[in-house]
Design a binder for this molecule. Structure first.
Ligand code: ATP
Length: 485
C-alpha cells in the first residue's frame, strides 16, 4: 500500500489469484482504479492496463484481479479470498458449450459421438433469488463472459426488475442484445448506457433496448400488467429469433425482481410471474441464487422439463436499504437526462468511465413548454390499487388493472407535477379497424419526459426531455415515479 501526493489518498493492492477487491462508495465521493499489471475485471468486464477507471454515485462493486492500484476514498474496502467466481466460471463454460452445440446444429456441422444425446438448444437462463442476492451481478457477469468469449456472441439481456431501471428509467422492463462487455461504474447506469440517451459512436453505448413501461418499483403493485409486459417482451424476442437464427444461438439471460423469489405477495402471483417468464422466453435453465426453499420449489415445479441449478451467493453482495434504492432511482433519472457525470477524485485528470472518455458521456436535456392538449396522458389502472386478491368477496373493480385511464392535467391532484412520463412509440398499424382497447399496453417506450411545471390557467406545462424532439400528438403514460433536480 503506498501514499501518492498530499491531496489524494492512493493505495496499491497486490491481489492473489482468484481474490477480489471490494469497495462501497459514500454519496458524493468517487474512486479511480488503475490496473498496473496482470488481468482484472469488474463483474466480467475486463480493465485495460494503466488506464484510470472511475466509479461514483455510491457504486458498490468488486475488482477481480491479480494486481491492482487504487486511488480514492471508499467508505468500505477490503480484499476477499472467498468468491464464488469459480462456480460462475463453470456455469459460463456449460453455457458456452450449449451455444457451440446450437451453432453447430444451425450450420449442420458433424456432431461428435459423445455429444449425440445432448440437446442443441442455446442457453435461455432465468435468474431467481431473494433481495440482495446478487442476481443482477450474476446476469452481468455471465453476459460479459459470453461477449468476451471471442465467438462474436451477442446474447440478449432481459431485465424484468422494474426497480432496476436497466437501460431506461426505473419502472421499465427491457431487453437488449449485448455486443460489448457491460461496464459497472455507477448504479445510475447499472447495465451500461443505451444509444437512445448517449452518443451512439461509443462502443459500450451501442445498446439498443426494447423497453415497456410498467411504471412502479414493486412488481406486486400490478402483477397483471407485469405479466402482459413479460409476454410482450417474449413475443418480440421470439420474432427476432425467427429471422436472426445465428443470434438465437447466443441465448438469453433474464434478470428478475426479488419479489419473484420471496416477499409479501401471494405465492400464486409469484408462481404466475415466474411461469410467464419461463413460457415467454422459452427458458431451459433456471438459476436460483442461494435460496434453498426456492430451489426446492423450482425443482418440484420445473425439473421435469428444464434444468434447475442452485448457485452460491457472493459474500460481497451489499445489503441495499430502501433509502439507497430511492437515491439510485434519482441517479438513474439524472443520468438519463444529463448523462453520466462523476467528478474524478482530486489529482486525477484523465480517467474513463466504463472505458469511455468522461466528456463524451455528458448530455444536455431541453426544457420545453407545451399545451395540455399536445400530449395524451394516461395512467394504467387506478392510482391506488389493492391487489385483486385483497378485494372483498364478490366486489368488482371500478377500474381494471390494465385499463388506461385518461388524465386531465387541469384537474387538481392529477399527480403530474414532477412525474416521470413514458412517451410511447406510435402504433405501427394506423388502420382504425385494427385498433383495440388495451393497445396502449402493448406499445414500447420511445423515451421519457419529466413534467417540471404546470400552468393550469394557461393550460400549459413545461417538460424536460433528453432531446429536442417534439412530443406533440404523442401518447404518454404516468407511473408512480417522480423526479426533481
Ligand atoms: N462481489 C461483490 N463485491 C462488491 N459488491 C458487490 C458484489 N456483488 C454484488 N455487489 C453489489 O451489491 C449490490 C447488490 O447486488 P445486485 O444488484 O446484483 O443484487 P440483486 O439480487 O440483483 O438485488 P435486488 O435486491 O435489487 O434484486 C450491488 O450494488 C452490486 O454492485
Amino acid at each position: 500500500m503506498a501514499s501518492e501526493g498530499a491531496s489524494i489518498e492512493s493505495k496499491e493492492w497486490t491481489l492473489d489469484p482468484e481474490t477480489e477487491y471490494r469497495f462501497e462508495l459514500d454519496p458524493g465521493t468517487s474512486l479511480a482504479v488503475k490496473l498496473i499489471r496482470g488481468h482484472a475485471e469488474v463483474f466480467g468486464a475486463e480493465l485495460a492496463a494503466n488506464k484510470p477507471y472511475l466509479f461514483g454515485s455510491e457504486c458498490k462493486a468488486a475488482i477481480f484481479t491479480w494486481r491492482g492500484y487504487v486511488t480514492g476514498q471508499p467508505s468500505t474496502e477490503y480484499v476477499s479470498e472467498e468468491t464464488p467466481m469459480a462456480a460462475y466460471a463453470n456455469l459460463h463454460i456449460a453455457f458456452e458449450q450449449m451455444r457451440v452445440r446450437a451453432l453447430r446444429d444451425l450450420r449442420g456441422s458433424p456432431v461428435p459421438e459423445y455429444e449425440r444425446e445432448k440437446s442443441s438448444d442455446p442457453p435461455r437462463v432465468l435468474l431467481l433469488g431473494p433481495e440482495n442476492s446478487g442476481k443482477t451481478t450474476v446476469c452481468k457477469l455471465l453476459i460479459n463472459y459470453a461477449v468476451r468469449a471471442g465467438q462474436g456472441w451477442s446474447p440478449l439481456l432481459i431485465n424484468t426488475d422494474p426497480a432496476e431501471g436497466g437501460w431506461a428509467a426505473p419502472g421499465a422492463l427491457s431487453a437488449a442484445p449485448v455486443h460489448t462487455p457491460l461496464p459497472t461504474c455507477s448504479p445510475g447506469n447499472p447495465l451500461g448506457a443505451a444509444a437512445t440517451s448517449a452518443p451512439t459512436a461509443l462502443s459500450s453505448n451501442a445498446l439498443l433496448p426494447l423497453a415497456y413501461w410498467y411504471g412502479h418499483a414493486e412488481s406486486k403493485r400490478n402483477p397483471l400488467l407485469m405479466e402482459r409486459i413479460i409476454r410482450n417482451l417474449g413475443e418480440n424476442v421470439n420474432d427476432k429469433y425467427q429471422v436472426d437464427l445465428q443470434g438465437r444461438t447466443a441465448g438469453l439471460i433474464v434478470d428478475t425482481p426479488s419479489s419473484f423469489a420471496s416477499g409479501p405477495g401471494s405465492s400464486d402471483e409469484r408462481q404466475r410471474l415466474i411461469k410467464a417468464c419461463v413460457d415467454a422466453f422459452k427458458i431451459n435453465v433456471i438459476l436460483v441464487v442461494g435460496h434453498e426453499k426456492l430451489n426446492v420449489e423450482m425443482q418440484r415445479t420445473y425439473a421435469s422439463r428444464l434444468t434447475v441449478v442452485k448457485i452460491p451467493k457472493s459474500g460481497g453482495v451489499v445489503e441495499l436499504d430502501h433509502l439507497y434504492r430511492e437515491r439510485v432511482h434519482n441517479y438513474q433519472l439524472h443520468t438519463y437526462m444529463y448523462g453520466q457525470i462523476i467528478p474524478p477524485p482530486p489529482g486525477i485528470s484523465s480517467a474513463s468511465l466504463g472505458g469511455e472518455t468522461l466528456s463524451d458521456l455528458v448530455l444536455s436535456p431541453s426544457s420545453t413548454i407545451i399545451n395540455f392538449d399536445d400530449l395524451s396522458i394516461f395512467r394504467i389502472g387506478a392510482e391506488t390499487m389493492a391487489p385483486s386478491s385483497a378485494l372483498p368477496i364478490g366486489a368488482a373493480r371500478a377500474v381494471s388493472e390494465t385499463q388506461a385511464v385518461s388524465i386531465d392535467p387541469a384537474q387538481p391532484g392529477s399527480g403530474l407535477l414532477n412525474a416521470v412520463l413514458a412517451v410511447l412509440a406510435p402504433p405501427v398499424n394506423t388502420d382504425e379497424s385494427e385498433r383495440y382497447d388495451e393497445e396502449i399496453l402493448d406499445l414500447p417506450i420511445s423515451g421519457f419526459i419529466i413534467v417540471t411545471n404546470l400552468d393550469i390557467p394557461h393550460r400549459k406545462m413545461t417538460i424536460l426531455a433528453p432531446n429536442q424532439g417534439s412530443v406533440v400528438g404523442r401518447t404518454a403514460v404516468i407511473g408512480s415515479f417522480e423526479w426533481q433536480e
